[in-house]
Design a protein around this ligand. Sequence first.
Ligand code: ATP
Ligand code: MG
Length: 604
Amino acid sequence: MRSIHPLPDTLVSQIAAGEVVERPASVVKEIVENALDAGARAIDVALEQGGIQRIRVADDGAGIVSDDLAWALARHATSKIASLADLESVVSLGFRGEALASIASVARLTLTSRHRDAHHAFRIGGSGGEHTAPEPAAHAQGTTVEVADLYFNTPARRKFLKSEATEFAHCEAVVERAALSRPDVAFSLRHNGRVVRHWPQATLERRLEAILGAEFARSMRAVDAGGTSLRLTGFAGAPSFSRAGRDLQFVYVNGRFVRDKLLAHAAREAYRDLMHGDRHPAYALHLQLDPRAVDVNVHPAKIEVRFRDGRGVHQFVYHALAKALAASAGAAPAPQFSPSFNTSAGAPFGASVSPIAAPRMAGMFDAAGSGGSPYYAGAQAALGVAQPRAAYASLFDTAPRPAPLPATDDAHPLGFALAQLHGVYILAQNTAGLVLVDMHAAHERIVYEKMKLALDSDDVPVQKLLVPAVFSAERLEVAAAEEHRDALAAMGFDLAPLSPTSLAVRSVPSVLAGGDLVELARGVLRDMMEYGAAHVAEEQRNELLSTMACHGAVRANRALSVPEMNALLREMEDTERSGQCNHGRPTWRQITLKELDSLFWRGR
Ligand SMILES: Nc1ncnc2c1ncn2[C@@H]1O[C@H](COP(=O)(O)OP(=O)(O)OP(=O)(O)O)[C@@H](O)[C@H]1O
Ligand SMILES: [Mg+2]
């Protein structure tokens, strides 16, 4: 073994760069954040080849004095904090004094800046850890950072870069996030010489409309709650504006875009009873709180935070959002499941009512079932025996109870199909009486279990499409198709990028081939973007399975023949857990002859 020795500074920077500079988009993020910290009113981002070839960000901020230029590229050198106390109450986006040094260690960086009090600008170049002496240059007040040849000296990392279109899509997402955080700053984004996006200084409403779209803007509700120590502002989409993915959810903590499970959960809870389980809301929310109440120094890319009083923040955000959604609920479409969606909205902020513990699923059953029927009460009580709850707990976070099969020794407990009702329900007769089946929910469960089995045994039968289904896609969707190609292939999908904004579905898992293939592909890509595919955890995999099953299952309003309906009933009997669809709704109900009799006062 070698003796212990300190690593050369450049190598230390390159190691740090591994954490901070994952791809061109991370470079864009760091430089744009520096521009915002410098008080810029306008920021221009220009990229070549998805940022792999060149990234140039120009701002009109305060600038850097010539004597400080070399410091800007030095490791652990920052103008933003000077002590631990500063760190603990940091309000700037940067504070590690590391970004530019990291970038300069793995790319060719040029920094040109004119401080607001200086007569002209200076330029310094840094590359692979070395830098040139500052020399005079022409530049208006502000700073331009140019980064060329990312990873030119670390070829192993360069190999991880994806196509130009994919890297560009990530860069664009980063600029959008920044633009949403600061509508008072103008942004423009160019790619290969072409202006792709331009947002002039605007109100938050206008900026949201420009980025999240007019439909969102029409539906959105203003959120403004709390006071100086804790405040939530922004806009939340009406429950009627739901999305298949979480792509339009933006949360900022003291101006910093974050991915925070706690805040995401609070928001999900606020929408929970207003939106179907497989749909997602859109929102842009800004949480402002005393910087000392939140630790921003927990992640190298500063995308995660830790709250001192997580529970309090959760409660506050939940109530603030629920109240905003309830306030104008009159204009909203009726909630899909539970009519009592705003029960806790009137609670004062900070009240310690737990929104999480509400027994919503039980409510769903009552709403869907026939009220006080003794059968349902009995069914729920008997459940623990028929199907161990633990089996469900692994599948759903809030596991509802499935209905047991009817007590009959019939070989076909779900009986035989009689007819289809309103394109939604199958009516079947069994020895106990009438069986009502929610066709889509039932098929969804079957497809889910089949897919799960196939995945577990690493053997997913694939259906190649004779005519590929081509659809226009978001850039990030195309990027996800490329990035997760192998994982998708393992699941039976072949989604080929045709252009930066179109995809072709060339094959899908056979069990899913009957559904809406484009929606299926979109849903799967969105899940992939969110979870990443490398090692999806069990819970996320099940969510992915749910997405697939939902889109792969027969839609309501499709006419089924009697033999088709009977085939479905038989498959339900064969499928484990067929009593629940993947969203926790029941898939079928028994109405006994006795119950029917009592409806007509027979035998009284
Ligand atoms: N666009 C800019 N305008 C003015 N000053 C800048 C600009 N970019 C960088 N600087 C100066 O260079 C310093 C180093 O920037 P760098 O991004 O490396 O570190 P930081 O922003 O302080 O911390 P972090 O590593 O968390 O981003 C900053 O502290 C700031 O003083
Ligand atoms: Mg910085």
